[in-house]
Design a protein around this ligand. Structure first.
Ligand code: DP6
Length: 361
């Protein structure tokens, strides 16, 4: 599919007003997206677990307006106006207008809330942009009643990507791949797809406890972070490595080889941070407690053979990953040894989920 496939046919119906609502989950990348080309095209393919508990719920009400020369919307985050989110939404609307030509015909009231505390340092852009893209698709569906489900979800992912790259992996499926990768014939730079190969049951219920090491604002925004890969001395090798890791994951995901899974996922996390440390300007986004937790995870795994592992996003928080069968042991380990390294002892238990859901209004 190309960008043109997402341009709509003429709309059949024009409701005067309405209300739609979707809940979209966050996701955690196993092979990381880090580096992009213009128009939100990823420099390398990535794959993520869809999460379950960490999610954004968004309700969009719309009413026809007279002037159609500009966008008109108001934004309420957790019931309160949120002016600092508005520029990101404005940019999003500008990027997606060609694909949703009804956007200037309506005034939108966007009400959004997260299941996780706002100050937790968890990126909400993936779940937030995914939920908003789904709401806009729900409106487009009212204008195009014959729309097929497949198109609905693929276009929602396509639009979400234009809001935030990783958001395109928060629409549908438990394991989602985004970015063209030759061996996966259905893969695309334009949207995420449900991982098309066999996935062993151990990975269908994997757990992710997010250890909240640092709840503050990120030191480097992902937009700035991605730019650091332009002219980066190791960029080309890194992009090739992401392709190679995707290939390596295929048999591992199929046969449930947790030990080999851990090697790739931990290496991906550390490589992401190594890229930041080796860029110009350079950053260290881990905190001392991030390293304490990583070392404790390694020591505990070595001593007990319980297959706990970690991954990181572009920040100090640690996602501890483990099979569901070890949940009790992992939770005890967190309480005994890891919570002390979290800001105010904070962590959030999550697990692999199944994608976004429509909320009946
Ligand atoms: C480190 O999707 O937040 O989480 O496209 O600029 O919005 P933008 O970036 P974003 O980048 C996420 C990067 C990452 C890795 C990943 O999720 O793959």
């Amino acid at each position: 599919m190309t960008e043109k496939d997402f341009l709509p046919n003429t709309y059949k119906k024009w409701p005067k007003e309405g209300k739609v609502s979707w809940k979209a989950p966050s996701n955690i990348a196993l092979v990381k997206y880090w580096g992009k080309k213009p128009n939100q095209i990823p420099a390398n393919p990535s794959i993520s677990f869809t999460l379950d508990a960490c999610a954004t719920t968004t309700m969009v009400s719309f009413e026809e307006k007279a002037a159609i020369d500009s966008f008109s919307f108001e934004l309420l985050f957790e019931e309160k106006p949120k002016p600092d989110f508005k520029p990101k939404i404005q940019t999003f609307l500008e990027r997606i207008e060609a694909y949703l030509p009804f956007l200037k015909k309506y005034h939108f009231t966007i009400k959004t809330s997260n299941s996780f505390p706002h100050s937790s340092g968890i990126a909400s852009s993936a779940s937030g942009m995914a939920a908003l893209a789904l709401c806009f698709m729900e409106i487009e569906k009212q204008l195009t009643p014959q729309m097929m489900d497949d198109h609905f979800y693929t276009k929602a992912s396509f639009l979400a990507r234009l809001g935030s790259g990783s958001a395109c992996r928060s629409i549908k499926g438990s394991l989602v791949e985004w970015g063209y990768h030759e061996p996966i014939s259905s893969s695309s730079d334009l949207y995420g797809i449900e991982y098309p190969y066999e996935v062993h049951s151990v990975f269908q219920k994997y757990c992710d406890t997010i250890l909240l090491v640092h709840k503050g604002q990120k030191q480097v925004s992902s937009t700035v972070g991605h730019q650091l890969m332009h002219g980066h001395p190791y960029a080309d090798n890194r992009f090739q490595q992401a392709h190679a890791n995707l290939d390596k994951l295929r048999p591992i995901l199929a046969n449930g080889d947790v030990e080999e899974f851990i090697k790739i996922v931990e290496s991906e996390a550390l490589t992401l941070h190594a890229m930041m440390m080796a860029s110009m300007p350079y950053f260290i986004l881990m905190k001392p407690d991030t390293l304490e937790i990583i070392n404790k995870i390694w020591a505990y795994r070595e001593a007990t053979k319980v297959p706990v592992s970690f991954t990181l996003d572009a920040g100090a928080n640690v996602h501890m990953l483990y099979p569901e069968a070890y949940k009790e042991k992992a939770i005890q380990f967190i309480k005994d040894e890891l919570a002390q390294h979290c800001e105010n002892g904070g962590y959030i238990h999550d697990q692999v989920g199944h994608g976004a859901t429509k909320i009946k209004s």
